[in-house]
Ligand binder design. Structure first.
Ligand SMILES: [Zn+2]
Length: 288
């Protein structure tokens, strides 16, 4: 099945009170692990690509070529969207041209008027080309490709203003943070989330920084309208731990254990296990 945009899968998720996972990719192993897990669990999935990861993988065209090749050669039949994560205005345009099926325009660091203006323009391009588009209000805390955010809570009125521009899904800061959560983290602001949902109605809401948010908070967020949850760091930690274990056990020095297909296998399996755990928690299993 060819790439699809994220609109239908997220509309169904919002109506069905579950969430679709966005799992960020970094290379071939990541992409294959996520696609195979989605297929095995019959779950829709969104592959996230940050601008940094896009550059690392040699550019957006390489990413599109790799993903489209895998969809065909792995016989993937579940809905898959290829989504730019935290895109700049220029990055969004480049991904549209390269063949992504979905983009995020992160205009949260612009004054609201400029965020509105740029989002509007990208909404009309995406509409014309059949892509879905995510916008962000209120910066998400932590570091995302060098941009440090404070983890602020979005203004629900500003969320409504951006939602009304015709975006497909909306990321609202509700105290969430990218990367690992600090010991003294105050938790998600369900009050903010509830207020945003009241004003934005059917709009699927997006929760960034899914790594380390306790399961009960994830479930509560889904009950309050979150239909897309971004997972990135958790797969990286799982991959690194499994690879470390392999090397510390000296397995790379036994027989042909140095073969990258063997060396990267435990990390690959660890990503699959993490994605499975998340899809079960989010409730997207069997919803393809
Ligand atoms: Zn994010």
């Amino acid at each position: 099945m060819a790439l699809v945009n994220a609109k239908e899968m997220l509309t169904k998720a919002k109506e069905g009170h579950y969430a679709v996972g966005q799992f960020n990719i970094n290379n071939l192993e990541w992409t294959k692990a996520i696609l195979l897990t989605a297929q095995e669990l019959n779950s829709p999935v969104i592959l996230g690509v940050s601008e940094g990861a896009g550059k690392y993988m040699c550019g957006y065209k390489t990413v599109v070529g790799m993903v489209n090749g895998m969809l065909e050669e792995l016989n993937i039949t579940v809905p898959v969207a290829l989504h730019l994560d935290h895109g700049s205005y220029e990055g969004a345009k480049a991904c549209i041209a390269a063949g992504f099926s979905s983009i995020m325009f992160d205009g949260s660091h612009y004054p609201i008027e400029e965020n509105v203006e740029k989002t509007k323009e990208l909404v009309s391009i995406c509409e014309e080309k059949g892509l879905s588009i995510e916008a962000e209000v209120g910066s998400i805390g932590g570091e995302e490709d060098g941009v440090i955010g404070a983890g602020e809570c979005a203004d629900p009125q500003e969320c409504k203003m951006i939602a009304d521009l015709g975006v497909t899904m909306l990321a609202a800061g509700i105290g969430n943070i990218h990367g690992k959560y600090p010991e003294n983290w105050a938790g998600l602001s369900f009050e903010t989330l509830d207020a945003v949902q009241q004003l934005t109605g059917k709009m699927p809401l997006v929760l960034h920084g899914g790594t380390g948010i306790p399961a009960d908070m994830i479930k509560k967020a889904i009950s309050l309208g979150v239909s897309k949850i971004n997972v990135n760091t958790e797969c990286q930690l799982a991959f690194a731990a499994a690879t470390r274990e392999y090397i510390e056990a000296g397995k790379d020095q036994q027989g042909k254990g140095f073969d990258p297909r063997k060396l990267l296998a435990p990390g690959f399996e660890a990503i699959k296990a993490t994605v499975k755990e998340k899809m079960e928690l989010f409730g997207s299993v069997g919803k393809a």
